[in-house]
Ligand binder design. Structure first.
Ligand SMILES: [Cu+2]
Length: 72
């Protein structure tokens, strides 16, 4: 399993964080997703054979948020 950390811009409330958590959790290969509204961060544990950082970021951006990939 790999872990990816993202900085996310555009969250307005805890509901946004829950939305992002749910959509990350629905991606193939994602074992666990956590999103912190206050910190503007997400941490995702995923199977690198099923998905990668770029696809996770794209899923977040499809929902209308902006992603900055943080240090691994
Ligand atoms: Cu919100």
């Amino acid at each position: 399993m790999n872990d990816a950390n993202f900085k996310i811009e555009g969250m307005h409330c805890e509901g946004c964080a829950q939305t992002i958590k749910a959509l990350l959790g629905a991606e193939p290969g994602v074992q666990r997703a956590a999103v912190w509204f206050q910190a503007r961060e997400a941490q995702v544990r995923f199977d690198p054979k099923a998905i990668d950082d770029a696809h996770l970021a794209a899923a977040i951006e499809r929902a209308g948020y902006k992603v900055v990939i943080a240090a691994p």
